[in-house]
Design a protein around this ligand. Structure first.
Ligand SMILES: NC(=O)c1ccc[n+]([C@@H]2O[C@H](COP(=O)([O-])OP(=O)(O)OC[C@H]3O[C@@H](n4cnc5c(N)ncnc54)[C@H](O)[C@@H]3O)[C@@H](O)[C@H]2O)c1
Ligand SMILES: O=C(O)C[C@H](O)C(=O)O
Ligand SMILES: [Mg+2]
Length: 571
């Protein structure tokens, strides 16, 4: 369906007592994914909506349809085919798509989301079938508001917008127009995991061009065919988006995804005190890693304030994690300056030190005094092996996109000095991960407390099976978003992330040998509900809620959209 017909169709139905009332008839009904039930339309609905000749005679249930769709899914030969199949299903019938996803969440998350979504993003212009979302172009900044209005949605109709400029998609870099798929994928997880109503969200591509020459030279490429615009024009475009989105949809939470390190933090700092907004890679990631770290610290029987943390890859995610671990050490009794000194950050030039000329502003607080490391071995810069040998870290975090960076020598050195080494290779997708959990468990003799960004199978080592938690922001942002929506929060605060992390950590018992540091993805709906309640309460406690929270547990439950067919009436 084109955006225009989607607009028309959206205007053509409204909710009434749990039912839909629509002025659409015939093929137009079948072409509206939020309305369409296909073979599950009842005889009465078929008669009323002009569908009698347009569907085969049998009337199926949603369960019948899920069974058939699941078989079709399994006949797809590769994960990319499966991803394409699911996209088409979503474009045809959203309830069916979300019901099947909900029933097979652990199995299908890696296909709709990370890691397969990375493959789909690279192939976007080639696998393209239908548009989904809003495409905003830097070449037409004056059209931003009109383009958002093209959705046909009104001021009270939107809870959430996910936007990406696609400069740093996962760990695979700049994928231009394909970046719309990370916004679509994140939103699918919001609905599957937290019951965010799929009719009340918008994925947005902020197309500012691309520096990916492969795309620029690809005749099929669907985005703006020029290099990335930067500087004042970029800022004005982002500003036009924020202003238009807040004017048209004053309740919407604005989620930023996969921006480059130069822009992500700057944008957040500019808008965080003006509108309800957060950066998922910095803050969502920081909070889920904090949750895993809290679980690990409990499992290891140590204290947060005693941790020595090495962060390898001091970009958007790495420094976002460092900030939240530092704040957690402070909450556990450490002085702010002392907590900051317990974190060592490395980037391309090695350990960050205060004599480096081109540190980014957000890296500066973590730069070590050059004098402190004057005697450390240099190989160009001070590399990870030397830092690990000197620092004897309790935690090693990977957000570098460097596959294999956590070598056997580095891990064995770390494990030689710490009882329960905490190791989180978080880079996505699989081709970027710093080490595989199986290696980490083996090299640490089963003592490692491990979590990854991608989903991985359990590891068996010397008779113990280790369940590997997925420290992916997908365990956090859906509940955070739901909590913010339920409270109608007007800002997203640091306190909301801290409380969300505590809520997730409270759901696991990392003390049992082999236990996961994080809840299982199959339990995501329950996790998200718990996070949402904590976040909504925190919003109220900080005076950021715009509705009264009389019974937050019930309010969260009531707000969760369920993948069930509603009656459709002709109106
Ligand atoms: N698990 C999660 O939930 C999660 C969340 C966000 C990001 N990530 C992953 O983390 C990785 C980084 O994402 P980001 O958004 O922070 O990207 P980013 O580009 O902002 O940061 C990556 C950093 O790694 C540095 N780096 C590159 N090569 C290096 C090397 N050889 N040695 C040391 N540092 C090096 C870069 O200079 C940059 O500062 C990606 O793979 C992404 O998928 C995971
Ligand atoms: O999308 C993910 O899987 C997590 C994270 O936002 C990332 O950029 O890697
Ligand atoms: Mg991301």
């Amino acid at each position: 369906m084109t955006t225009a017909t989607q607009t028309a169709a959206r205007r053509k139905f409204r909710s009434e007592d749990g039912a839909f009332v629509t002025t659409a008839r015939g093929a137009e009904v079948l072409d509206t994914p939020l309305l369409n039930k296909g073979t599950a339309f009842t005889r009465e609905e078929r008669a009323a909506l002009g569908l009698e000749g347009l569907l085969p005679p049998a009337v199926l249930s949603l369960e019948d349809q899920v069974r058939r769709a699941y078989e079709q899914y399994h006949r797809q030969p590769t994960d990319l085919h499966k991803n394409t199949f699911l996209t088409m299903l979503q474009d045809n019938d959203e309830v069916l798509f979300f019901r099947m996803l909900a029933e097979h969440l652990g199995e299908m998350m890696p296909v709709v989301y990370d890691p397969t979504v990375g493959e789909a993003i690279k192939r976007y212009s080639h696998e393209y079938r239908r548009p989904r979302g809003v495409y905003l172009s830097i070449d037409e900044p004056e059209r931003v508001e009109a383009a958002l209005a093209d959705t046909g949605l009104g001021a009270g109709d939107v809870d959430l917008i996910v936007a990406s400029d696609a400069e740093e998609i996962l760990g695979i870099g700049d994928w231009g127009a394909g970046g719309i798929d990370i916004a679509v994928g994140k939103l699918a997880v919001y609905t599957a995991a937290a019951g965010i109503d799929p009719a009340r969200v918008i994925p947005v591509a902020l197309d500012v061009g691309t520096d990916n020459e492969e795309l620029l030279n690809d005749p099929d490429y669907l985005g703006n065919r020029h290099s990335r615009v930067r500087g004042a024009r970029y800022d004005a475009f982002i500003d036009a988006y924020v202003r238009a989105a807040s004017r048209l949809f004053p309740h919407a939470l604005l989620h930023w995804e996969d921006f480059g390190p130069g822009n992500g933090r700057r944008i957040l700092q500019r808008y965080r005190d003006q509108v309800c907004t957060f950066n998922d890679d910095m803050q969502g990631t920081g909070a889920i890693v904090l949750a895993a770290a809290l679980g690990a610290v409990r499992g290891a029987g140590t204290r947060m304030r005693e941790q020595r943390v090495v962060v390898f890859g001091a970009g958007t995610a790495g420094v976002g994690i460092a900030d939240q671990l530092r704040d957690a050490m402070v909450r556990d009794g450490a002085e702010q300056a002392a907590a900051t000194r317990q974190i060592w950050c490395l980037d391309k030039p090695g350990l960050l030190t205060d004599d480096m000329a081109d540190l980014r502003d957000y890296q500066t607080p973590y730069a070590r005094p050059a004098a402190e490391v004057a005697g450390w071995r240099r190989d160009g810069g001070i590399g990870l092996p030397e830092v690990v040998a000197r620092v004897r870290p309790t935690m090693l975090i990977g957000t570098s996109t460097v596959h294999g960076a956590f070598t056997e020598a580095v891990v064995r050195e770390m494990a030689a000095h710490v009882n329960r080494p905490v190791i989180f290779p978080l880079s996505n997708p699989t081709e970027r991960i710093e080490a595989m959990p199986e290696q980490l468990i083996t090299w640490t003799g089963g003592r490692g407390l491990v979590a990854t960004g991608i989903p991985v199978a359990p590891v068996t080592y010397e008779g113990v099976t280790y369940s590997i938690g997925q420290a992916n922001n997908a365990l956090l942002y859906p509940g955070l978003g739901l909590g913010a929506v339920v409270a109608r929060a007007n800002r997203i605060s640091d306190g909301m992330f801290a409380t969300a992390a505590e809520a997730v950590a409270g759901l696991v018992d990392a003390g049992t040998p082999g236990a996961s540091l994080l809840p299982q993805v199959d339990n995501l709906r329950a996790v998200s509900a718990t996070v949402a309640v904590a976040v909504a309460k925190q919003a109220a406690a900080e005076g950021l809620a715009r509705v009264a929270l009389t019974d937050p547990v019930q309010q969260v439950q009531d707000a969760m959209w369920q993948p069930e067919y509603r009656p459709v009436r002709a109106g």
